[in-house]
Design a protein around this ligand. Structure first.
Ligand code: LLP
Length: 425
């Protein structure tokens, strides 16, 4: 497959120049500098809508997984489309609320919720706490008692299903730290229903991320359906079925199912559950909608490799270094007539693990070239850091042919914001 054949819908080459929604990416690099994240709102909107339509008959709540890309501009726009939020921290709660996502559309997962985070979420009045252990359930009960309220609870069930994905992002196998196995979950529901400050109204599972077939979802939902029936037998009325996120995207040659295919595959089980369905997609909403623009600093030929040293690094996009992830890389312009060559695309960070691509065959890059790293909209900026005292990139959102700055590039001043230094030091 040629790299161009793999272009996501929001990108295309016109006259040899790469554009997003008709906006030349080179002009954005010129205006805002590099490294630069650029997102297509048109693409994000389409993907949200496709989930909403595919699951409409289940009164679906699309609770966008904030962790994938917490940019406020995107969150506000998602809120306006009726999205909720899947959050995993007090910081994400604050951000979701600030973006205008109403509390009754927020679900809170995570194995280590603190008392402070529980209190904030209770005060806000979120839809569901997705509880992952008995001690967490007990703490939630006591915090709810303190506030004189009842916490809406779903137990996160670990259905022991192999999602066939990278080991670091598989969450629904029995050896993982997430959720409770089916027997333990039933016990947790018994405890919750006996507690005056807990209201067990939902059930949750999230089996992993970057899942590229419907099979694992079907297996998980089938098992959860059995749990729902068992709970009803015990008089515990489950009304919300949260099947998590996890649908994959195309990085290289994957052919992940569309939301409609996922919906078709799990439909019988969702129907039988008679529940309102909650989804928590992150990557499949924003992943393919984003690129990271980076400029080539130098090309260095060693006896072994051709190193293409670019101005983006593992601090800007950690996925290749952390997971060995593949991201497509395109020349934004001017690649015509360049010979194909094998390159190591690396950043300026002082680690051998700092690479964006290894052994990549592409038209020979030269100093000054602008490259676009594709499928970078999810877990890109979200996982960025200031490692090596590097300033995090700016973010731009393109909508209907117009580009606007959604987050400015950091400055050196930003790097000192939290530090205390005595005058005489
Ligand atoms: N719900 C829960 C409870 C989650 O833990 C996650 C992701 C999601 C929903 C959203 O999953 P998605 O639809 O985005 O697959 N940093 C990794 C991915 C980590 C995913 C963590 N949990 C990566 O870059 O591949």
């Amino acid at each position: 497959m040629t790299p161009e054949a793999a272009l996501p819908r929001c990108l295309r080459f016109r006259g040899g120049k790469l554009e997003m929604e008709g906006v030349a990416l080179a002009s954005l690099a010129e205006k805002y500098g590099t490294p630069l994240y650029v997102y297509s709102w048109g693409d994000v909107r389409r993907r949200i809508a496709s989930y909403q339509e595919a699951f409409a008959e289940f009164g679906v709540l699309v609770a966008y997984a904030v962790k994938a890309n917490p940019n406020l501009c995107l969150l506000r726009r998602a809120a306006a489309m009726g999205c909720g939020a899947d959050i995993v921290s007090g910081g994400e709660l604050d951000r979701a609320l600030r973006a205008g996502i109403s509390a009754e559309r927020i679900v809170f997962a995570g194995v280590g919720k603190s008392r402070t985070e529980m209190a904030a979420a209770l005060r806000a009045g979120i839809r569901l706490f997705n509880v992952e252990s008995i001690p967490e359930l007990e703490l939630l009960g006591s915090v709810a008692k303190e506030y004189g309220t009842k916490a809406p609870v779903a137990v996160r069930v670990n259905p022991d299903v192999d999602p066939r994905t990278h080991a670091y992002v598989a969450t629904g196998k029995k050896e993982s730290k997430f959720g409770l196995d089916i027997r333990a979950a039933i016990e947790a529901y018994r405890a919750a229903s006996a507690h005056p400050n807990l209201d067990p109204i939902g059930i949750h599972c999230h089996i992993g991320s970057q899942i590229t077939s419907t099979g694992p979802f079907v297996k998980a939902v089938e098992k959860i359906g059995r749990v729902i029936r068992e709970l009803r037998g015990l008089g515990i009325e489950i009304r919300f079925l949260d099947i998590g996120g996890g649908l994959g995207i195309r990085y290289q040659d994957e052919t992940p199912p569309a939301p409609a295919e996922l919906a078709a595959a799990v439909k019988p089980f969702l129907k039988a559950s008679e529940c309102r369905v909650i989804l928590e997609p992150g990557r499949s909403i924003v992943g393919e909608a984003g690129v990271l623009l980076t400029r080539v600093h130098y090309v260095k030929q060693t006896p072994i490799h051709r190193y293409v040293i670019v101005d983006a690094a593992m601090n800007d996009l950690l996925r290749p270094a952390l997971y060995g992830a593949y991201h497509p890389i395109w020349h934004v312009e001017g690649k015509e007539g360049r010979p194909e060559t094998t390159c190591e695309i690396v950043g300026p960070v002082c680690e051998t693990g700092d690479f964006l691509a290894k052994g990549r065959v592409m038209p020979l890059p030269v100093a000054g070239d602008l490259l676009a790293v594709g499928s970078a909209g999810a877990y890109g900026m979200a996982m960025s850091s200031n490692y090596n005292m590097r300033l995090r990139p700016a973010e731009v959102v393109v909508d209907g042919g117009q580009a606007s700055l959604a987050r400015r590039r950091e400055t050196f001043e930003d790097l000192y914001r939290c530090e205390e230094v005595a005058e005489d030091e």
